[in-house]
Design a protein around this ligand. Sequence first.
Ligand code: PLP
Length: 394
Amino acid sequence: MISEKMKPLVNNNSAIRVMFEEGNRLKAKYGAENVFDFSLGNPSVPAPDSVRQAIIDLVNEEPPTVLHGYMSNAGFEDVRQTIAESLNRRFGTSFSAKNLVMTVGAASGLNIVLKSILNPGDEVIVFAPYFLEYGSYVRNYDGVLVEVTPDTTSFQPNLAEFAEKITAKTKAVIVNTPHNPTGVVYSEETIKKLAGILEEKQKELGTVIYLISDEPYRELAYDGAVVPYLTKYYDNTIVGYSYSKSLSLPGERIGYVVIPDEADGSSELITAVTIANRVSGSVNAPSLIQKVIARCVDEKTDIEAYDKNRKALYEGLTEIGFECVKPEGAFYLFVKSPVEDEREFCEAGKKYNILMVPGRSFACPGYVRLAYCVSYETIVNSLPQFKKLYADMQ
Ligand code: PLP
């Protein structure tokens, strides 16, 4: 008999599996090239060739006992130092190896941070729409997720409501920029305002509120959009980074958490997060890929390919009549459903072999998410189908 905590997850999982199976069914029936599957955030750009080369070199050069062995639960020290120096060069920060803990992707990074800071009943604020897994992560540690309603005109955070929702129980707020599912990037002005609110509330309530910056899409920013580095705006910032999208390595499960010296209780928190890595069962981030990251620390994915897709899909859809905020980052478009219940729209899309994710999967009904990390041909060939779909929905 499964636990009460797992029951809602098991029931909800079937909806995701139905969509996955629907995609496979359509591909088997019509051929993969005739199915426009915008449902998954799996990078379509392959990892840079330097990653493959680094794997080969490491296997040939490093002693296997080191390469495949246990290390500190925080990860290899030389790897953490290399990443810290890269961050310092890029963002003018002053991190060293001790400020970083290597993690099993951003998902595990968020979990071990939440495990380290939450007591039962502590509140974590998120801005809708948001990556729905945040709710599961917070509930893993008996925290309470508090949602701020979306500002659907800009999809920038609704700061007035945010300020109202901070209570003595607020332990953390999670932000994600560039953003899944809307692709918006929070401007520096927004970050400054958000940091100002947190400073004020900490003083007023006499509490510590951590700002957790979930950054799997940091490197995917277009049109010169600047993605501010949040530790520079607010001392109690914790960064969760991932190479899943920035180097197209989602299956390798590699990322890190940064806890700056300025954060409240920094040294104890770093120890807690390191131990959480161990006791959560991950023990440490995978060893070979940690070493690969150190060798490829300043490598970039081919964001031109995503940018080309972004422009083609945004321009194509808005020309047809669809409404959506122009994304400046990540690889998602969040499109307003032409009918109130976006599940009807998603269902109608299947007639044209178009697969989309309902906005309620991100706590924002009335919209759908399109992941444009697909081939350019898929985008181009989907547009006439979208046109027919739009006409059907009028
Ligand atoms: N956070 C957001 C907003 C995401 O979209 C994802 C994955 O899609 C993750 C976290 C988890 O990323 P990772 O593969 O690094 O665990």
